[in-house]
Design a protein around this ligand. Structure first.
Ligand SMILES: Cc1cc2nc3c(=O)[nH]c(=O)nc-3n(C[C@H](O)[C@H](O)[C@H](O)COP(=O)(O)O)c2cc1C
Length: 348
């Protein structure tokens, strides 16, 4: 447990303070929404509400899973929980693996007192899920009152991490088993390298309906592990720091397919959220900016950051004449050549 705890604390500190973002963005800079000078809408009429796994959200914004298992994680999670409850948004939790090692840390993931009605997503790595019983996975979800379980895929991070997992066999079958037998909605997510359309298709064939594509362009977890690594692991991590598929390219590559998509990885503004929805996402998620807002401004900082994001999203909706998200998803957009070329290589 001491190992896992110190890793959690390292992750929070490195992400808060060091350069852990991709040098290239998520390619949302290659997407332009077409301006409408005659929107014939009042801001008050613009309605960005949506839903996921039966929970209503007042805007399609999710703080994706970051932490848990150590006292500071509890403070961060509780602050986020209060804010998402107030703003009608949703949040994910960091990997719940520490709860198996030490059940006493469950409190750091239990947020229903702070967020009785908000969307809350549990989290576990696919390799841990592969080696666990259905019963113990169900307990993870029940213990925190989560609405769904995110199963994360992070082979690049594991390969960059000294002592990380090295055997990724049986993961697809594990996910198929969870979808059919767990009795809890499953969201499959990456952690910043991106689910390719081909991977989404394979997951869809085993019954997965909801995906957090978590593409490249925001936090690079290989980059985080490079900072934590030793002389042996660092050169490999350095070589793969920029590895991954840009988030906007994944969305464009998946356009028209009938999946429930959360767009995350490099979402940095409400305009990015609007672009993600226009490219086909149901929700957009962000992690690092919320952690940094907490570190610099506490709960009020998180509130200000998420409020700003919702306001910019509503502004983009007004300026594209989109009364609701259905209408925004049909908004006209211009995609630059770099983005189109990426998307073409994903669908070939
Ligand atoms: C401090 C921190 C811890 C994270 N821990 C987890 C985790 O335990 N499980 C997970 O699925 N993703 C985890 N993530 C990944 C995020 O959910 C997200 O997929 C990724 O950071 C990309 O989004 P961003 O560019 O907005 O940060 C973590 C991210 C951060 C910043």
């Amino acid at each position: 447990m001491a190992d896992i705890s110190s890793r959690k604390v390292d992750h929070i500190e490195l992400c808060a303070q060091r350069d852990v973002e991709y040098r290239e963005g998520a390619l949302f800079e290659d997407v332009q929404l077409v301006h409408d000078s005659l929107p014939e809408l009042a801001l008050d009429e613009v309605d960005p509400s949506t839903s996921l796994v039966g929970r209503r959200l007042r805007a399609p914004v999710l703080v994706t899973g970051m932490t848990g298992g150590v006292p500071e994680a509890a403070t961060i999670n509780r602050a986020i929980a209060v804010v998402v409850e107030d703003l009608g948004l949703g949040m994910g939790l960091g990997s719940q693996r520490p709860m198996w090692v030490d059940p006493n840390v469950a409190y750091s993931y239990q947020l229903r007192a702070q967020a009785p009605t908000a969307l809350i997503l549990g989290n576990i790595g696919v390799v841990q899920a592969r080696d666990a019983s259905l019963e113990s996975l169900r307990e993870l979800v029940d213990a925190i009152g989560a609405d769904a379980l995110c199963v994360h895929l992070n082979p690049a991070q594991e390969m960059a991490q000294p002592g990380g997992d090295r055997d990724f066999r049986g993961c697809l079958a594990t996910i198929g088993r969870l979808v059919s037998d767990l009795g809890v909605p499953i969201v499959v997510k990456e952690t910043g390298c991106g689910l390719s359309p081909a991977v989404v298709e394979r997951l869809s064939q085993v019954g997965v309906e909801a995906f957090d594509v978590s593409g490249a362009g925001g936090t690079t977890w290989v980059g985080v592990e490079e900072l934590r690594g030793d002389a042996h692991s660092r050169p490999v991590a350095a070589a793969f720091r920029e590895w991954g598929i840009p988030t906007a390219a994944i969305l464009l590559g998946l356009r028209g397919a009938n999946h429930t998509l959360i767009a995350s990885g490099g979402i940095r503004s409400g305009l990015d959220v609007a672009k993600a929805v226009a490219l086909g996402a149901r929700l957009a998620g962000l992690a690092l900016p919320v952690l940094r807002a907490f570190k610099s401004g506490g709960r009020e900082g998180v509130h200000a950051k998420l409020s700003e994001i919702v306001m910019a999203l509503k502004t983009a909706m007004l300026l594209t004449g989109s009364r609701d998200l259905e209408s925004l998803s049909r908004a006209r957009l211009h995609c630059g050549e770099r983005l189109q070329s990426w998307a073409r290589s994903l669908s070939r």
